[in-house]
Design a protein around this ligand. Structure first.
Ligand code: ADP
Length: 410
């Protein structure tokens, strides 16, 4: 479902100050969004093999010393990935293209994955996190990744602007048809006259930077946009500098949902089944690292550098899954998908687009060409495991005779 956002990227006041030039200003703003999207995409490409390479190293037996270095690199790469993702979201919001993939999810599950993502930053700053969850199995209708991003941004800010050695309190409750998420820290606090500003794109408070805290000043603007897209609101309270801050997110409660409907992502045990996987990418580093990572997970893997080579391997290797890049010389991923979908003997092959282009229009183009799934680089280890879990479930169901008649993945 695509929900257009408001055009916050083009401040009305700025347009008014430039009489007769609002169109030019708008065009420049659109160009800036396009530049941000391209930049984020170009940064994602080299980040993907680096991230996969670090995951691969984790599966090898490293010395204690090497593991310390590897963990440090994982944290730094995660920070870059986070910044790149934020840049891309700014571009999406600016061009009104931010899409939500809504499902019913428990708020506890959202918060659990946000805590997992923020845990390293919190512990690096020697802070403790206390969770008080009285929400029971309360559900919201929303995009699991985006909801996680909201909570994660607030937790990361509390870790950044909280007191070193201090405490973060995360409270979940249900009140008057809303799910309330409250993130409270005992850190540097916010002056009363800056409380509203901080939700504006690129706004930062000088006192925070005096502490040498890097950032782009876009995290809270994204939080507010994402919360509003979910029909909710976000507020901040602080008794002033050095007196801590409390951020409160209110989201509409999804009612009448039974527990069985909740996403299987919350409950699955990871698959042990081995699949035949073909990896198609024109970037050698990406092919090699993905191949090795999948082999470590117990899958049989072959590689191809473009769609044409992939087609010949499809006949000889007969893969269950194809991970394919989109932009490649000789034959693109889209053309490969179209050719595969024209052949009935390849009906059961699961086609996964693995690409740096993550806009909703890119996903739609991939699905139109015949892909079953669309993953954006750099893909997390968790998404790869979740995909193989899903393939495993489909395979088991088809063996049990419960699958759809095609027995395929699409
Ligand atoms: P960034 O953290 O990248 O600067 P954000 O949009 O996340 O950008 O935050 C905007 C500003 O709001 C920060 O620069 C900081 O001054 C202030 N801020 C955010 N969270 C907190 C917090 N928990 N305590 C104090 N100040 C905060």
């Amino acid at each position: 479902m695509t929900i257009p956002t408001t055009q916050r990227g083009v401040p009305e006041a700025a347009r008014e100050q430039m009489p007769g030039s609002s169109d030019t200003f708008f065009e420049m703003d659109q160009r800036k969004n396009a530049l941000l999207a391209t930049l984020a995409h170009e940064l994602r490409n080299p980040l993907a093999p680096i991230k996969n390479g670090l995951q691969l190293l984790a599966l090898m037996s490293l010395s204690e010393e090497a593991e310390v270095v590897r963990s440090m690199m994982v944290r730094q790469v995660e920070q870059i990935v986070h910044l790149v993702d934020d840049l891309l979201d700014v571009a999406r919001i600016g061009s009104g293209k931010l899409a939500l993939d809504k499902q019913i999810c428990t708020i506890s599950a959202v918060v659990k994955s946000a805590i997992e993502e923020s845990a390293i930053l919190i512990s690096e700053n020697q802070m403790t996190l206390e969770l008080i969850d009285t929400s029971q199995a309360a559900c919201v209708c929303g995009d699991l990744c985006r909801l996680t991003q909201i909570v994660c941004n607030l937790l990361n800010n509390s870790a950044k602007y909280g007191r070193s050695g201090g405490k973060i309190l995360l409270e979940l409750e249900v009140c008057d048809g809303s799910v309330i998420i409250r993130v409270k820290d005992d850190g540097i606090g916010i002056a009363a006259d800056r409380l509203e500003d901080i939700f504006t794109m690129y706004s930062q408070i000088d006192s925070a930077h005096g502490r040498g805290l890097a950032g782009l000043g876009i995290g809270l603007a994204l939080v507010r946009n994402l919360v509003e897209l979910h029909g909710g609101l976000v507020e901040v309270e602080s008794d002033g500098p050095e007196r801590g801050s409390t951020f409160t997110v209110k989201l509409p409660l999804a009612t009448g949902i039974v527990r069985e409907n909740i996403s299987s992502k919350e409950t699955s045990n990871h698959s042990k089944r081995s699949f035949r996987v073909l990896v198609v990418d024109d970037m050698r580093a990406m092919r090699v690292v993905t191949e090795q990572l999948l082999q470590k997970l117990g899958h049989e893997v072959q590689i191809a550098e473009n769609g044409e080579v992939a087609l010949t391997k499809l006949d000889s290797f007969k893969p269950d899954v194809v991970f394919s890049d989109i932009t490649m010389p000789v034959m693109s991923g889209h053309e490969l998908a179209r050719q595969v979908r024209n052949r009935t003997d390849l009906d059961s092959v699961c086609l996964v687009a693995l690409t740096g282009y993550g806009q909703s229009s890119d996903r739609e183009l991939a699905f139109e060409a015949g892909f079953d799934r669309h993953l954006t680089k750099p893909v997390s280890f968790q998404s790869i495991l979740a995909l193989f879990d899903e393939l495993d479930r489909v395979k088991r169901d088809s063996l049990d005779g419960l699958a759809l008649e095609t027995g395929g993945f699409h």
